[in-house]
Design a protein around this ligand. Sequence first.
Ligand code: FAD
Length: 509
Amino acid sequence: MGADSPRTLQRLDALRIADNRLPVELNSRGEAIMESEARHDFLHQCRAIVGASHALTNAYDTAPYLKDWSGRYQGQALAVIRPGSTEQVAELVRLCRAHRVAIVPQGGNTGLAGGATPHGAAPCVVIQLGRMNKLRKVDAVNNTITVEAGALLADVQAAAHAAGRLFPLSLAAEGTCTVGGNLATNAGGTAVLRYGNMRNLCLGLEVVTADGRIWDGLRGLRKDNTGYSLRDVYVGSEGTLGIITAAVLALFPEHGCKVTCLAAVPGITEATTLLQAAQQRLGSNLTAAELMSSAALAAVAQEMPQVRLPLAQPRAWMLLMELSASSFQDEGRQQIEALMAQAIERGLATDVAVAASLQQAQDFWAVREAVPEAQARQGFAIRYDISLPISELRRFVDESDAQVASLWPDMYTVTFGHIGDGNLHYNVRSTSSSSQNELVQRREKVDRIVYDLVQSVGGSISAEHGIGQAKCHELRAHKSAVEMDLMRSIKMALDPDGLMNPGKVLSLG
Ligand SMILES: Cc1cc2nc3c(=O)[nH]c(=O)nc-3n(C[C@H](O)[C@H](O)[C@H](O)COP(=O)(O)OP(=O)(O)OC[C@H]3O[C@@H](n4cnc5c(N)ncnc54)[C@H](O)[C@@H]3O)c2cc1C
């Protein structure tokens, strides 16, 4: 468990002092306000930079940007500003710095850790990058695409496809989330097994630093050993160090051949054994491996009856796997079919299906993609996004399920996720009509069960959703004093005034 060293505390004080330099005056509800003259002057200058129609201040216009996707977090801001160029972002950052106004960068607002929602009392603006959505350049020879931060992930995938290439990052929010948000959260998704997460797909960055300068690091190089990797500092920093305005992303050959299969498996041990067998046989052509528990499938059946469950095995878990290659459709299919036949023989699977058409493959994926939506429709749950060594998945789930059930017999868990890279989404829910308040009260104890087990098996408290404002406290509890100290040193060096997305990742509280 982490503890703060004297040096850490010194730095923490420095950041608190930085926060206190903001022109904070409190209203009757204890919320921060700026003096009206200073506010008027500040907003006037914001409008001068981006144009009046792109500086939103009335409650109706700003509301969608001040609440997160899950509805759990709500914040306030002086304005939501929508710049149209990197230069405008830099001017805005300099203006905010001069007025000591904090900045919350925002892309598609699909983040699941409250990172894009204003937090706390400091006066702030949301800088929403949606207008900066140009696809600047495709270099088919270098296999790269240069895009602005506000480009939608789905548009980047489509542009790559139009050039006969693949941009492999894929996640259910791809029609709404942006490249800037993907980079800032180091997004994962369903193709991490083969291509890695967003960090692995990013070759270069353009960033507006916290003091309003533009760092042009838009290099499309696979090798560049010229000192510290600034790109890696900004990727995954969740808007707390600077604003990403553009990126060079790596492209890959498109897949001419895809074979998708589903296996009903008795449990996690069988799923991981089958995964290993698939990796042995298919190597890096195995591009996805997704697991869904029977409770996750039951939620889909109940909440989204239009989604057809291809295998009728009510108590089984479901393992979805996909093989992708540039050619060899028949060979790929034969390999998968042989693998599935062996799985049945060895008792690893009780039923299997190999998609016979693109439509069937899409139907298989529709089941997996329906799980988060079905979960959302079932109402409140205590949700976890955790990363575990694949060898420890079963131990974690068995022990955590047992501990939760022994404390609260009405509670059960819904497990699904990217088993190929050890990322579980683990939701704890109640069968009874326990009110949301009751569940919220239990959250602290459930957190202890889950996060202590995660720690004991060498896992991570956040696999792909980041820390945001949701997990600041846990981050501090789970990182060593040295690691926290190093992270605060980076924050102090790159954002000494503490204006970039305060209250996220490194909470000052
Ligand atoms: C249905 C659903 C499914 C999802 N599935 C996955 C999944 O499989 N894998 C996964 O990893 N995530 C998943 N997510 C979470 C989310 O889509 C990702 O975190 C995504 O990368 C966020 O992108 P965004 O543009 O919406 O960012 P936002 O939500 O707007 O912001 C997220 C964070 O990034 C910062 N930020 C945004 N833009 C910038 C910028 N230009 N510069 C600096 N900081 C910035 C924000 O301040 C915030 O801290 C899912 C979300 C939903 C709703």
